[in-house]
Design a protein around this ligand. Structure first.
Ligand SMILES: [Mg+2]
Length: 423
């Protein structure tokens, strides 16, 4: 019915998604193709990533209140939010570290870039979790389970953080599944196995059941979702009220028609490549940048968009990062123009790369606008014009994205085998 790549069961938290976004894309469906991806103990994991002496230890992030606790601290009964004093009573040897908000924002941005590289249908719920709809990607990227495994591996490899993923046919079940798979797990609820998975769980796992409702239900002997489902909507009304009865009854029978809501059109596109810890020559690094530029240029043109700002992202051996950007005088979708800009940024960053060692290179194109057919792109004077891009795009469309590759990339593969998706 379902599988778990992870071990321990975690406690589910209840969140409500914010109101529906402006564009509903894909409805809930019988196949399990909605992913709920949720970073594990997010702030605490970032601290353990950046400060090796914290790994394997109980870590509390916060000041007066615990904002995040590592799994080592959670195993001792620490919860969030909880008073630090109370948490230290439960776990006296815990190490308390102050929050570093900008580090968390940066890590979140990097994880969301991987989400958007996985599928265009991403609904962010908070800084560390999102729904992803991967229906329709079977042909290009494989089954949802395969996609989820790759997503988890990429977040671990490229951002250095553990992330749990639940897969199901509805958002609610996907979220319950990710919570049940934690920490660092993957759990898929097959179509047909929903109730078998859901009914043994405590009622607190249902969205909308907080401590007050849980207590009201407990007084009536209802502690498991299966018991609540048996009671029926009519039976629930006197306990929780008419509206909540309808809502909880539907969830208990795994009915959740909400769609994965995507936001407005994207303001940027990006791609990155993890390089591992081996030292790379400047030529190799340039070659990877060529590859990234080719991919992004093609995505830009396929989406009929143009960009004005080119952003180079670098990550070093010690997980520190640097970002370099350049804004062009005019918007462009011309690969050669983007490449020259990116190479200029890379050259300027070479001393830093030499000093710290490069483990990841990323490129983002921002300040995106819809391409105006009347607007001329302005390539640099020397070098191939837009007709080369058009020709290469056509060849790649007909024969696959590896049909044409730059000489510098031969023998290196395409980098991460990420499908080219509509932007
Ligand atoms: Mg989380």
């Amino acid at each position: 019915m379902f599988e778990s790549d992870g071990g321990l069961r975690g406690r589910g938290r209840t969140h409500h998604s914010p109101g529906p976004g402006p564009r509903a894309r894909i409805a809930a469906r019988p196949q399990a193709s909605i992913l709920h991806a949720d970073l594990d103990s997010f702030y605490a994991s970032v601290e353990q990533r950046d400060q090796p002496h914290l790994r394997g230890k109980p870590v509390l992030v916060g000041g007066g209140v615990v904002l995040a606790a590592s799994y080592e601290a959670k195993a001792r009964g620490v919860r969030t939010p909880m008073n630090i004093g109370r948490a230290l009573q439960l776990c006296p040897e815990a190490i308390v570290v102050p929050p570093r908000t900008s580090e968390y924002a940066q890590a979140s941005k990097e994880v969301f870039a991987i989400f958007f590289d996985t599928t265009p249908v991403v609904e962010g719920i908070s800084i560390d979790e999102a729904f992803l709809d991967v229906a329709g990607l079977r042909r290009v990227a494989g089954e949802p389970r395969t996609i989820a495994r790759e997503l988890r591996a990429r977040v671990r490899r490229e951002v250095g953080l553990p992330i749990s993923v639940g897969i199901a046919g509805t958002k609610f079940l996907a979220k319950v599944a990710s919570a049940a798979s934690k920490p660092d797990g993957l759990l898929l609820v097959e179509h047909g196995g929903e109730l078998e998975f859901l009914h043994p769980l405590p009622v607190q796992r249902l969205w909308g059941v907080g401590p007050v409702t849980a207590e009201a239900l407990r007084v009536h002997g209802i502690e498991r979702i299966g018991q609540l489902a048996e009671l029926g909507e009519q039976g629930l009304r006197p306990i929780v009220g008419r509206a909540a009865a309808r809502h909880l009854h539907a969830l208990a029978w795994a009915r959740d028609p909400r769609r994965v809501e995507t936001g407005r059109r994207r303001r940027s596109i990006g791609a990155q490549r993890a390089l591992g810890r081996r030292a790379r020559t400047p030529d190799e690094i340039e070659a990877y940048l060529h590859g990234l530029t080719d991919r992004l240029g093609r995505r830009l043109r396929n989406a009929d968009r143009v960009c004005r700002t080119v952003v180079l992202r670098l990550r070093f051996d010690d997980f520190t990062r640097a970002t370099r950007s350049h804004t062009l005088p005019d918007s462009t979708d011309h690969t050669e123009t983007i490449l020259r800009t990116a190479l200029g940024l890379l050259t300027a960053a070479m001393p830093l790369i030499h000093e710290r060692g490069l483990t990841l290179i990323g490129l983002a194109l921002t300040n995106l606008e819809d391409a105006d057919p009347r607007q001329l792109t302005l390539p640099f004077e020397h070098g191939p014009g837009p007709e080369l891009d058009t020709t290469l795009d056509e060849v790649r469309t007909r024969f696959g994205s590896s049909a044409v590759t730059r000489a510098a990339l031969l023998g290196r593969g395409e980098g991460l085998s990420v499908p080219l998706l509509p932007d």
